[in-house]
Design a protein around this ligand. Structure first.
Ligand code: PA5
Length: 444
């Protein structure tokens, strides 16, 4: 199970950092448990690892098996919460080089998460002459970026296979009842998966949103959900030794002491998109009403040679939350060199993981000495069970943390502002007045 080591943050925290928040944490726990706090309609993820739809779960696995049989590539169309979770888990459990690896599962390409013409053309080039399927994911069914990308890949599939076969290669993950994508999927007869009403995008990785692409990558869904279920049971137990309580309280205490930035630190290149997922989770949940820690991330040791300078000596506004996997999956021993010209023979015969561990220990102390508190989040290894635990840990702590901050952690009203402007500037019907006003401002 996930464990927290707060030894390297303790000197920055008051003696009562945890006990003084105990009552508020208990209230937050009850609100999450009963779904009766702010945004309570969106707490369906709290019991999801136990209550998930087992029939749909089996259908997801079946669809993944079909895709593995008839496709060399899967194109996943989605943005934000309809994208980051799947990519995070595929990269963390398989590899950031997943598509380059020798494997018996399809390549996976993520599109519709931006509006880059060049990126889109590149993906079309990569898949057009191969057998491929498409999983289009959008809870609202109206988000511009994935809707545009889907239109393009749908027509590519229809040109390549004809309408009937294209229909069999498109999987739509969307709302159960409403939205343009739902209407299209019903009309065309695509296989459909549901984003449950009570689960918002950034909490949806363990629904069909994340699970279909994750299963296509050959990841064991049962083990992933099993790990999440273990975390759900463990973290539901109230108490000051609950690691989610400790994490939520420590980051809240550091925020109140003047730290404004939390850096999520990983030591595995495969962790990069997990950190992107985490940034959305915490940024969208807490960044509102002029409040919230700014969630950022770094990859060590690479970023010690770039951002390390700022972390050590720049503005003293940050703390670090280090996700540390306690066991590598493999091992590699540093070879001996009889000539020792590089002077490295003091490391001969040592595993590379030993060097990494000393780098981490040294970095934590250096940063602490530089005024950067460190919270260490200990996870076992990069396997399905542990990653399931880690996902649930961060989700649950995020719910607690949002309630400590006294915001609604489950809405994202700020995301709408750019969308409205974009719709207006694009000339979407109904936005005529805003268009004129915006054009006048932009044209000076
Ligand atoms: O967390 C969220 O709600 C957002 O990031 C959404 O997931 C994102 O905007 C995509 O929305 P949709 O799934 O409706 O296309």
């Amino acid at each position: 199970m996930i464990q927290l080591d707060l030894n390297n943050a303790a000197s920055f925290l008051s003696q009562d950092w945890l006990t003084s928040r105990q009552d508020r944490l208990e209230k937050a726990r009850v609100m999450l448990e009963e779904g009766n706090g702010p945004g309570g309609d969106f707490t369906g993820w709290v019991h999801l690892p136990r209550d998930y739809d087992k029939v749909e779960f089996a259908r997801i696995q079946k669809a993944a098996d079909k895709i593995c049989t008839d496709s060399q590539a899967l194109v996943v169309v989605g943005i934000g919460g309809s994208y980051l979770g799947a990519r995070a888990v595929v990269e963390l459990l398989r590899s950031p080089n997943y598509n380059l690896k020798k494997k018996d599962t399809p390549d996976i390409y993520f599109v519709g998460n931006g509006l880059s013409t060049d990126a889109l053309i590149e993906t079309i080039e990569l898949v057009k002459d191969r057998d491929f399927s498409v999983n289009v994911i959008s809870k609202s069914g109206t988000t511009t970026e994935p809707a545009v990308a889907f239109r393009i890949f749908k027509s590519l599939l229809e040109e390549k296979y004809g309408k009937e076969e294209a229909r069999r290669r498109i999987y739509a993950t969307t709302d159960a009842h409403k939205g343009a994508l739902k209407g299209l999927a019903d009309k065309e007869g695509y296989e459909e998966f549901v984003v449950p009403d009570a689960i918002g995008g950034r909490f949806s990785v363990l629904t069909a949103v994340g699970l279909l692409p994750i299963a296509v990558a050959g990841i064991d869904l049962n083990a992933l959900m099993g790990g999440a279920a273990e975390a759900m049971e463990a973290l539901a137990v109230p108490g000051l030794d609950n690691p989610a309580w400790q994490y939520a309280a420590a980051r809240h205490a550091l925020y109140e002491s003047g730290k404004s930035t939390e850096l999520l630190v990983g030591y595995e290149p495969s962790f990069r998109f997990f950190a992107e997922w985490w940034k959305q989770l915490y940024g969208e949940s807490e960044g509102k009403e002029g409040k919230g820690l700014f969630p950022a991330s770094v990859e060590f040791t690479a970023d010690l040679h770039s951002m390390g300078q700022y972390i050590q000596q720049g503005q003293r506004i940050m703390f670090e939350s280090v996700v540390s996997f306690q066991n590598s999956l493999g091992s590699y021993t540093i070879p001996n060199d009889p000539e020792n010209v590089d002077g490295l023979n003091f490391l001969s015969g040592k595993p590379l993981s030993f060097v990494a561990e000393q780098a981490m220990r040294g970095t934590i102390l250096a940063h602490m000495d530089g005024g950067v508190p460190n919270i260490i989040i200990k996870a076992d290894r990069r396997d399905e069970r542990t990653v399931g635990q880690l996902i649930y840990f961060f989700e649950y702590a995020c719910g607690l943390s949002g309630y400590l901050l006294e915001v609604n952690p489950f809405d994202q009203p700020g995301v709408e502002a750019y969308k409205k402007n974009m719709y207006a500037l694009l000339g979407k019907p109904g936005f005529e007045e805003q268009k004129a006003a915006l054009e006048a401002r932009l044209n000076g």
